[in-house]
Design a protein around this ligand. Sequence first.
Ligand code: F6P
Length: 418
Amino acid sequence: RMKIAVLTSGGDSAGMNAVVRAIVKGGILKNCETWIVREGYEGLVRGNADAEAPTSVAMPPAVDVKVRDPAFVEHLRFGDGELLRDGTGDHPGGRTLKGRYIVRVGWDDVRGWFAEGGTLIGTARSTAFRTPEGRLKAAYNLIKEGIDALAVCGGDGSLTGADVFRAEWPSLLETLRAQDKITDEQLARHGHLKIVGLVGSIDNDMSMTDLTIGAPTALHRICEAIDNIHSTAISHSRAFVLEVMGRHCGWLALLAGVSSGADFIFIPERPPQADPWEDQMCEAIHRHRAIGKRKTIVIVAEGAHDSHLNPIHASYVKDVLTDRLGLDTRVTTLGHIQRGGRPCASDRILPTLQGLEAVDALLEATPDKPSYMIGMRENRVTRVPLMEAVAMTQSVTQAIKDKDFEKAMSLRDPEFHE
Ligand code: F6P
């Protein structure tokens, strides 16, 4: 029976809990044992303090599950569910879990998780996991629990970490064996770490997939905010400059602009063509005002810059609109409001489908195949080689740094670009 552990890493996003739920439930239905790792890679490095080994038993599921295999029923019941739902913490951070980061979970533990925002199993930026010593500890902690498959939900940095870990795995095991920390039997049994990546990020910045988990919710949040701004902007005939998240990616800004009829949008992949861009923006907005618009909306991606890579800040855009067009202008920085809160429907459906695919990918993994990233192409769940997707994503950022904006756009989404 395969033992799957799932962790969430990097910035949280709506839909991460649905991923965990789908992997736990999907794994159980495929006769796997399911575990969660709290606090991302940091939890892998910290592992479980021996003194606080699991003792609790989850409640049996309320649903009438018709199964013939008694071992299956046993598995449904015997997670550490009561620990996860312990009243001392809102979720797995409660007192009972102190010192335990790798926790076996059952069916009931993840009930209803698809509707919860953020990530209930926690996420952290782990410096320890970036070191070989940290990864050695992580490998030991997984083997100690007998875990041989890992599903990682996070952005490109987190998925790169997963692949590095897999590549290093054989030598980490050799070291552990040489240090007498694992037996020959464990060495033989755990020779291959199965890894799968799922992209959880509001930025929608991963290549080789159309949509990342959490991006639709964040976009929806931004649209709602702009809708609210509309009425007050129209009342006062004001201009608003909105700064939105996205790191090096302009997807949120671009799509929010399209969804809300913005007057001007700044994104990193395609800086304004004109030099100076201030003329181009003012000319467009003046034209819109001249045909009777009472409000102006300008959206600035947080990573926006001009064609020389000088950052474009919302406050500067405001000054330009005020000084050159005489517009009464305000700046709104949406911040983490974009990232938090309940997932929209597609951030429940997408992670559910992808989580189930991730379980299959792990079950079918062999040492000679690459690790896969679960993606989405033309409304279908796909598997793409993890490292290819990560490398392509990194080359977009490089193309932007090289001021090769055509290349950046084409790498970001080749089909859309065509
Ligand atoms: O990658 C997700 C993201 O929200 C980016 O859009 C943003 O640049 C960054 O994370 C903010 O990170 P933090 O939550 O650490 O401030």
